[in-house]
Design a protein around this ligand. Structure first.
Ligand SMILES: NC(=O)c1ccc[n+]([C@@H]2O[C@H](COP(=O)([O-])OP(=O)(O)OC[C@H]3O[C@@H](n4cnc5c(N)ncnc54)[C@H](O)[C@@H]3O)[C@@H](O)[C@H]2O)c1
Length: 244
């Protein structure tokens, strides 16, 4: 029978987090550090990076990130593909550059970095790939054609990778946040407070989310207790999309 390793202890695990300088990524770095992980925090912006090791680079430069992982961590147990961009525009005004940027950062980089770190993830006793999707991995929204398409693709990529990497004991899951107060959404909530109250009122819990609400679910997925969950899209939206 397969040996079952239980527990929530992440002490000593080696983790890579992208989009780590702000919002959800910064929160998950803080949580993983508190759990005793060795964390490489990656982002375009160096300000706000607070891992054990920090790398300011474009997430599409998978080779540079993999080299740093090898040099600083010497392995990888947990990969959190979280960097994201959200270009908003009606279809008629959306440029090819906006479309390509969303697909490149939100999808292609997830595949490229997972591929680049595969040899290290395979060496882990409990490899974990955790991708940040969205409620828009399942639903659609006007003015967010490129973003919605990219987040649907992240969920498809998650499922395909889960099947492919399962034999190597690597689980692959997709956390799907609802409306969370971060660098991505704060300008919209400030300029249009009605958008904040819309999501807060629609939530069963009567509020929008904070980055830690998402980070804690990601940390659980990284633990041994989440060993039999793979290929899943997990909605973490305070019940917003359960509302009739
Ligand atoms: N905030 C929400 O309501 C919400 C909802 C659903 C999904 N998400 C997803 O959560 C993830 C994190 O977003 P957030 O809300 O914390 O926003 P955020 O803007 O606070 O953080 C995103 C980070 O990604 C970084 N980034 C962007 N492009 C990059 C690139 N090419 N290379 C490296 N780093 C890059 C940014 O510099 C930023 O620090 C994203 O994938 C986003 O799509 C957010």
């Amino acid at each position: 029978m397969t040996e079952i390793k239980r527990g929530r202890d992440l002490g000593g695990r080696k983790a890579v987090v992208t989009g780590a300088a702000s919002g959800i990524g910064a929160a998950v770095v803080a949580r993983l550090l508190a759990e005793g992980c060795d964390v490489l925090a990656v982002d375009l912006n160096s300000a706000g990076l607070a891992g054990t090791h920090n790398l300011a680079v474009d997430v599409n430069d998978a080779a540079a990130i993999a080299a740093e992982v090898q040099a600083k961590l010497g392995g990888c147990d947990i990969l959190i593909n979280n960097a994201g961009v959200c270009p908003a525009s009606p279809l008629g005004d959306m440029t090819d550059a906006m479309w390509e940027h969303a697909l490149s950062v939100n999808v292609t980089a997830v595949m490229q970095l997972t591929r680049a770190l595969l040899p290290l993830l395979k060496r882990s006793a409990a490899g974990r790939v955790i991708n940040t999707g969205s409620i828009l991995s399942r639903y659609g929204d006007a003015g967010l054609v490129a973003y919605t398409t990219s987040k649907h693709a992240v969920l498809g990529l998650t499922r395909a990778l889960a099947m492919e990497l399962g034999p190597d004991r690597i689980t692959v899951n997709c956390v799907q946040p609802g409306a969370i107060e971060t660098g991505m959404t704060r300008p919209m909530f400030q300029s249009n407070p009605a958008s904040l109250t819309y999501y807060a009122d629609k939530s069963a819990l009567g509020r929008i989310g904070q980055p830690e609400d998402i980070a804690d679910v990601m940390v659980f997925l990284a633990t041994d207790d989440a060993r039999f969950m793979t290929g899943q899209g997990i909605m973490v939206d305070g019940g917003v999309m359960v509302h009739s």
